[in-house]
Write a protein that binds this ligand. Structure first.
Ligand SMILES: [Fe+2]
Ligand SMILES: [Fe+2]
Length: 256
């Protein structure tokens, strides 16, 4: 089955599967607006992370500016509520990005990250369309601890910083993919189809990040992957006060 082939490498890579307590919370109809809003923001953040990597490491000055302009309408909508969110004509970057001469793996990074940004922006539009069709108003909500806590462990010197950031990217994409697959069968038909449709691209994002991490690292990354795997596993199985797409075990708040 397609889903099994896509998911096998993801499940092998991740330290654990989503706890039942998170799933129980995720399928409650009253949590759907929160889940979709967080998902929407995750798509934008995924695009921003890739853009940051390109601007920090790979592209020249003009290309860096073109990247900022590419994401600006999406950020304007998400953070400043500018426009109605119909950004379907803006998901493609018209300018060809030029790699910096002093970064060895610029072309590989550009090729993979530009495709990733385009796909994340497309997903952003898809989530927003679903929200709008269900009259779920968009309001910016703060992220959970997940990505921030992973990134806290990124080393600060290069090229280790880049390697670790790419490994974190692989975990975030892999966990998204695992969670999409886990909740899909528990949702209504439209959402079920939508989440299954996302699996292929998220699985590729995972393997692209992991491949790039090994490419830019001078050393074998196995140990570093294991280090982040342990941290990621803890973020998933420990109590988490904020319920979001990548959160840990939901804390049941006592009813007064
Ligand atoms: Fe995505
Ligand atoms: Fe992704």
């Amino acid at each position: 089955m397609l889903t099994t082939t896509l998911l096998d490498p993801i499940l092998t890579f991740l330290p654990n599967t989503t706890p039942q307590a998170w799933l129980d919370e995720a399928i409650k109809p009253e949590n759907l607006p929160l889940l979709l809003t967080d998902h929407l923001m995750c798509e934008l953040k995924a695009a921003q992370t890739a853009m940051l990597l390109l601007r920090r490491y790979a592209v020249d000055k003009d290309s860096s500016q073109a990247l900022l302009e590419w994401l600006k309408p999406f950020e304007d909508f998400a953070y400043r509520k500018v426009g109605d969110g119909d950004l379907s004509t803006k998901i493609t970057l018209s300018k060809k990005l030029i790699s910096r001469s002093n970064f060895e793996h610029g072309d590989e990074l550009i090729a993979k990250m530009v495709l990733l940004i385009k796909e994340e922006l497309h997903h952003f539009g898809q989530v927003l369309e679903i929200m709008q069709s269900r009259n779920i108003p968009y309001d910016n909500i703060p992220a959970s601890r997940y990505a921030r806590s992973l990134m806290q462990h990124v080393r600060t010197h290069e090229p280790a910083k880049l390697t670790d950031t790419l490994i974190c990217g692989a975990f975030i994409e892999a966990r998204s993919c695992e969670r999409f697959a886990a909740i899909a069968p528990n949702l209504d038909e439209e959402l079920n189809k939508f989440y299954v449709s996302l699996l292929r691209s998220e699985a590729r994002h995972f393997s692209d990040y992991l491949g790039l991490a090994q490419l830019v690292s001078k050393e074998d990354i196995t140990e570093r992957v294991a280090y982040f795997r342990a941290i990621e596993g803890q973020l998933i199985v420990t109590d988490d006060p904020d319920f979001r797409f990548h959160s840990g075990v939901p804390i049941q708040l006592a009813v007064a």
